[in-house]
Design a binder for this molecule. Structure first.
Ligand SMILES: [Fe+2]
Length: 572
């Protein structure tokens, strides 16, 4: 039985499961080439159907990640926030609330839209609560028979944070925290205060910058902005920091009196900005640790599952693993709203249909793949010179090139689901070179110097690198690198001695594992520098996307499956 899960609006995505196993999952942005694509995921749905070789008539259930009728509270909150500023209030009345309502009400038309576009089908359509979808996306795919679940994001219908408990196929909500008290909106508002853009997903930048600062404003944040009482609640003071105002780069006087003026987008980043980032980061971590203490006390569980956009905060995740009372962790790699499509599909499978638990999600390779022949055709069509090599020779050549300083666009196997490139669509480089981070950020990726880059490493080497056996196939946790190792892989160790590793398994990505192994033989370190294969766009999906990105860019070679393209051999 096929079940299709959908995320629409922000980070639109589709996931297809068959008898409890994931067949396909992908974000709409990869096909539309518009970052964080918002809208109905026509292309992602088509991809899921194609991957399974089915039509919409073969789909028995369709599940949406949202209940559009829970609108009232959210709309009231927007109006309350807007009332803080008269300009904002006018703007909202003119378009804001109206537009938002229209897009949510449009969800009632989705079954018809699906049939109009994809053809007749007698699927059943289900609407699920947003945070329940986040919770399902992490618990049902975790290795745990029972676990406590914490989901945190900007907001769902009106819930921003939810405590749940999973046991077998049972997933129960224990507590909801609602607007305006939102950890995601807090972090996004500070992101804009530092002159980045919450809509572009710039929250990563705030987290990266935090490592360079000192938390000198933490008390202000903890006392006046974001406070937790230890009973599983927290409070966000929107009179001091309001997400709706921050969207328009407007900030109340109290926060400016305390922190100084908000940074303009083109203003130089200075120590004060880094200190604000560090303070907000720690304030967030402290609140989440208090929530987890409470969740642990009330459930007595030793396993914890996390999802929701806030669970992308890998620095916070590292602290959770060190300091929270839980023992074992699973963090959904598509922790943002895209992952809700997967959660919605599993809610049908387990909650509606009562089917037993299936396989654990131990990798994220659920997107499109292309054969070596398809890649070769695309290269020919683009008029590029290339060589087609057997795997062993390819891996030897590529590992030697990386050790010699080359930056490689690496494209093989199925595309990753979730925002992290995990060796399917990655830029690869030598982690031993201290200048490589700056080179990659500024010359290849065309982005800020301070963005950290991460290692992909053999999972067998984690003890050597971190001093204990740490497994993270999804790059969702920042942890400390052993002092003795820091100087040998400087490009992937952050200023504070930490890294955000992907531990690569020989079983889930054998070719990537072998490449790192070959690199270890040449270079003496069991890790490569890995960052996502994209320049100011969504991660590449097709060979054509990769070729377009290669043209005129600052990296040295492109690998499309077994085909190797050298920039030197193509005269640009
Ligand atoms: Fe969400």
């Amino acid at each position: 039985m096929y079940i299709l899960g959908l995320t629409t609006l922000g980070d639109a995505a589709a996931s297809l499961i068959h008898d409890g196993k994931i067949v396909a999952a992908a974000e709409e942005e990869r096909f539309s080439r518009v970052k964080h694509h918002s809208g109905f995921p026509f292309r992602a749905i088509q991809y899921c159907l194609d991957e399974a070789g089915i039509g919409i008539a073969d789909v028995a259930h369709v599940a949406l990640y949202w209940k559009p009728w829970i609108l009232r509270h959210k709309a009231m909150q927007a109006i309350k926030s807007a009332a803080i500023s008269r300009d904002m209030f006018r703007a909202r009345v003119d378009r804001g609330v109206d537009q938002v309502s229209k897009s949510y009400l449009g969800m009632f038309g989705y079954p018809r839209k699906l049939r109009q576009h994809f053809g007749p089908s007698d699927f059943r359509f289900h609407y699920f609560e947003h945070h329940l979808c986040h919770a399902a996306s992490t618990f049902y795919l975790s290795p745990f028979e029972s676990a406590a679940v914490l989901t945190m994001d900007g907001t769902g219908e009106d819930t921003t944070t939810m405590f749940s408990r999973g046991n077998g196929t049972d997933l129960r909500t224990l507590k909801r925290i609602k607007l305006p008290h939102s950890l995601g909106q807090f972090y996004s508002a500070v992101t804009n205060f530092i002159g980045f853009d919450m809509f572009a997903g710039d929250e990563w930048k705030l987290m990266g910058l935090a490592a360079y600062g000192k938390p000198v404003y933490k008390d202000f944040f903890a006392q006046r902005v974001l406070s937790a009482n230890g009973n599983g609640d927290f409070h966000l003071n929107i009179r001091v920091l309001d997400h709706h105002l921050a969207k328009h780069y407007q900030f109340p006087d109290e926060i400016i009196a305390e922190l100084g003026p908000a940074r303009q987008r083109d203003e130089e980043i200075d120590q004060r900005h880094m200190d604000i980032a560090a303070s907000a980061q720690e304030a967030l971590e402290d609140v989440v640790l208090k929530l987890l203490q409470h969740l642990h006390e009330t459930t007595g569980e030793k396993n914890l599952c996390l999802a929701g956009g806030v669970a992308f905060n890998s620095v916070m995740n590292g602290r959770i693993m060190q300091e929270s009372p839980f023992e074992n962790y699973f963090i959904q790699p598509a922790a943002g709203d895209a992952g809700c499509s997967l959660g919605a599909a599993y809610l049908v499978h387990h909650k509606k249909l009562g089917q037993p638990r299936g396989p654990v999600m131990n990798h994220a390779y659920y997107g499109p793949s292309f054969s070596s022949e398809q890649c070769a055709s695309a290269l020919q069509a683009a008029g590029l010179n290339f060589e087609t090599l057997a795997e062993d020779e390819l891996l030897t050549r590529v590992s030697n090139m990386i050790a010699g300083g080359a930056i490689i666009g690496w494209f093989q196997g199925r595309m990753e689901f979730g925002p992290r490139a995990l060796g399917g669509r990655s830029f690869l480089a030598d982690p031993r070179r201290g200048d490589m981070r700056q080179l990659l950020n500024e010359k290849v990726k065309l982005r800020e110097w301070f963005r950290p880059l991460a290692p992909s490493m053999l999972e067998e080497a984690s003890e050597k690198v971190f001093g204990f056996d740490h497994r993270d196939p999804f790059m969702v946790t920042v942890i400390s690198v052993r002092e003795e190792m820091r100087d040998s892989i400087p490009a992937v160790v952050h200023v504070d001695g930490t890294a955000r590793p992907q531990t690569v398994s020989r079983t889930t990505n054998p070719r990537y594992w072998k490449l790192i192994k070959k690199f270890e033989e040449v270079a003496g370190v069991p890790a490569l520098l890995n960052t996502s294969f994209n320049i100011q766009e969504p991660i590449v999906c097709t060979p054509e996307d990769a070729i377009r990105t290669f043209s005129g860019a600052g990296f040295d070679a492109l690998v499309l499956e077994n085909n190797l393209v050298l920039r030197q051999a193509n005269g640009n």
